[in-house]
Design a protein around this ligand. Structure first.
Ligand SMILES: [Fe+2]
Ligand SMILES: [Fe+2]
Length: 271
């Protein structure tokens, strides 16, 4: 009988309250659900909800996260622009210009199995002029498939159509394909025909009564005034912890199941 590996993948973590929330839940889920590895999107994990710092990344890794993906907010913290190459197990979208620091794919090990994770960003309704995600992922997978059959993709994109199209394009070539960026969880998790587990968007690890983790009042005022008001991260409970659990046949790389995780946590967190 071939070995089954179980992965917990969490959506965009917003602010230090989101980081605390994730740190609270990882040990619980790892023990109660026998999780083998955790992958998270950390593009909003910094204190102000934009970007990530090396110390936050280290904190998440020390708390049981194996790989951190990001997205369009990756460059929000100045230190990241200067030193992303030093960060361990933090990815930036692979289709940013090659002169950008950092890398778009990474590996970690589970026993004798090597796991690959790829981060790629969409083009539709995104401000950055990134390379075609289809071509970028195609090229990357050709290389990764020579090393391992267990591959996960975080596609950081706005539109449902672009996400479903790219997932279908790589169906059978990756174990799991998850969307991030919208911070709103979709209820369309499924195994695609050729064996890839898929969800259009994981959702977010953030305060429930917020606008994507940020203070709604400011977002409303921004809409009413058209002024570039800066929203703050909401640190008050309840919090939502969103993601999926994907089981993979470790020998074939095919997904066996995908389960949506949607936890509402009423308790305050320390920030
Ligand atoms: Fe985000
Ligand atoms: Fe984003």
């Amino acid at each position: 009988m071939s070995k089954k590996l179980r992965f917990l993948i969490l959506g965009d973590i917003v602010g230090l309250s989101g980081v605390s929330l994730v740190k609270r839940w990882i040990p619980k889920l790892v023990s109660t659900r026998t999780i083998d590895a955790v992958i998270v999107n950390g593009e909003n994990a910094a204190k102000n909800g934009k970007g990530i710092t090396e110390s936050i990344a280290k904190d998440l890794i020390a708390s049981g996260v194996s790989m951190i993906t990001t997205g369009n907010h990756i460059w929000a913290q100045e230190e990241t622009r200067l030193s992303l190459n030093k960060y361990q197990n933090v990815l930036r979208p692979i289709n940013f210009p090659s002169r950008c620091p950092g890398k778009g794919f990474g590996f970690f090990n589970l026993g004798s199995y090597e796991i690959a994770v790829v981060n790629v960003q969409g083009q539709a309704f995104m401000h950055e002029k990134v390379e075609c995600p289809f071509k970028a992922l195609d090229t990357t997978l050709t290389f990764l498939q020579m090393r391992t059959k267990i591959i996960f993709v975080d596609f950081h994109a706005e539109t449902t159509a672009e996400k479903i199209a790219l997932a279908t394009y790589v169906d059978g070539r990756v174990s799991g394909f998850v969307g991030t960026h919208t911070h709103v969880q979709t209820s369309d998790e499924r195994i695609l025909p050729k064996g890839t587990a898929f969800i259009t968007d994981l959702g977010a690890c953030a305060a429930l009564y917020s606008s994507l983790g940020m203070k709604s009042e400011t977002i409303i005022e921004r809409s009413l005034t058209q002024m570039p008001l800066r929203a703050e991260v909401v640190k008050d409970p309840p919090f939502m912890l969103h993601g999926v659990i994907i089981d993979v046949d470790a020998d074939t790389g095919r997904a066996l199941s995908i389960e949506r995780i949607k936890i509402l946590d009423p308790d305050p967190v320390l920030t």
